[in-house]
Design a protein around this ligand. Structure first.
Ligand code: BDP
Length: 323
């Protein structure tokens, strides 16, 4: 037996317990968006608070810009505990936790202010709890604001007719494919990171997203028309791996929840500023913003709301009642 090594392995835990230091739990946080993006800034600030308030028991590392993979991959890693925290779009959660699809339905929120009221209230917490209570192995803590999604394309979309036959990228959720198809286009699912080259090579004619994403992921370089369809207003859950959550003490869990909720409010302010500056930059880069009559788009997607909304009729009524 190697006496030296045995002594060493014995000595390390003793040294830690003598000095009262437990091994710090390292939190790796994943976000597809680049540094400086509102979600990433709010998450980094959240991480600083976590580290400061945990007396060195928690460390925090931000992995922005999608370096840990697509949102689907990140969710899988978080389920396994290989990634400890992440912010993802609700779009990719829907196929696994169908109950969240009530927020993923086209035109379910009247406007952004309505969506914010809903996520700040009891319905928002109920949907987070659905994620936590599912078999998903995730604990959903708070919401980030992802603004309003509109269609952008190589050729202008002024009416439903213009959308006919256009291949429009959506997130990997059948509900979104059905939504684009109901409007007359061809919905096509792919990861966020593939959109730029798909636009460039003409694999797709367009996509749909908010102004900050269109700008920061450079999609505007190959799609110069932005039609204000406003078909989706998607909030984005901030989640922790359940394996990580269960390693935390009740005090640490309370701390994580508190700083995550604070990040929700902080990101909102950053979001509004970023949305406005993104719109200005897109226009300066030659993107034409097109005001469309939303009514035909709303009417065309009635079948999607009827199909996906059927199990959630009571909740939809409650959402509509939020003023
Ligand atoms: C952005 C969301 C991001 C999604 C992306 C997408 O913030 O989480 O991954 O859209 O459509 O608005 O892929």
């Amino acid at each position: 037996m190697n006496v030296k090594r045995t002594l060493l392995t014995l000595a390390v835990p003793v040294a830690f317990s003598l000095s009262g230091l437990a091994q710090a739990l390292d939190i790796k946080f994943a976000d597809i968006h680049p540094a400086g993006y509102p979600t990433v800034v709010a998450e980094e600030n959240m991480g600083k608070k976590l580290v400061a308030a945990s007396n060195g028991e928690l460390t925090f590392r931000m992995f922005a810009g999608g370096v840990l993979g697509s949102e689907k991959e990140v969710i899988e890693q978080a389920q396994l505990g290989a990634v400890q925290m992440a912010r993802v779009s609700l779009g990719v959660v829907g196929p696994v936790v169908p109950d969240v699809n009530v927020f993923n339905m086209p035109f379910v929120f009247r406007d952004q202010a309505h969506m914010r009221k809903v996520i700040d209230g009891e319905i928002g917490q109920e949907i987070l709890d659905k994620i936590t209570q599912s078999e998903f192995n995730l604990v959903a803590l708070a919401w980030m604001d992802g603004g309003t999604r509109n269609i952008y394309s190589k050729k202008p979309v002024r009416t439903l007719e213009d959308l006919k036959g256009m291949k429009i990228r959506v997130q990997g959720n059948p509900l979104f494919i059905d939504t684009i198809n109901a409007m007359g286009g061809n919905g096509l699912a792919m990861d966020t990171g593939e959109i730029f080259s798909a636009l460039q090579t003409g694999v797709i004619d367009g996509a749909e997203n908010n102004p900050p994403t269109m700008l920061e992921h450079n999609h505007y370089q190959n799609a110069k028309y932005y039609s204000l369809t406003g078909h989706l207003i998607l909030p984005e859950p901030l989640v922790m791996s359940k394996a990580t959550w269960e390693k935390l003490t009740p005090e640490q869990q309370a701390l994580v929840t508190k700083v995550a909720k604070e990040a929700q409010q902080e990101e909102r302010v950053l979001w509004d500023a970023k949305s406005a500056s993104s719109e200005a930059k897109l226009k300066a880069a030659g993107v034409e913003f097109i005001t469309v009559d939303k009514k035909p788009f709303y009417d065309a997607t009635a079948s999607v709301r009827a199909q996906y909304g059927a199990p959630y009729a009571a909740m939809i009524k409650r959402i509509e009642a939020v003023q």
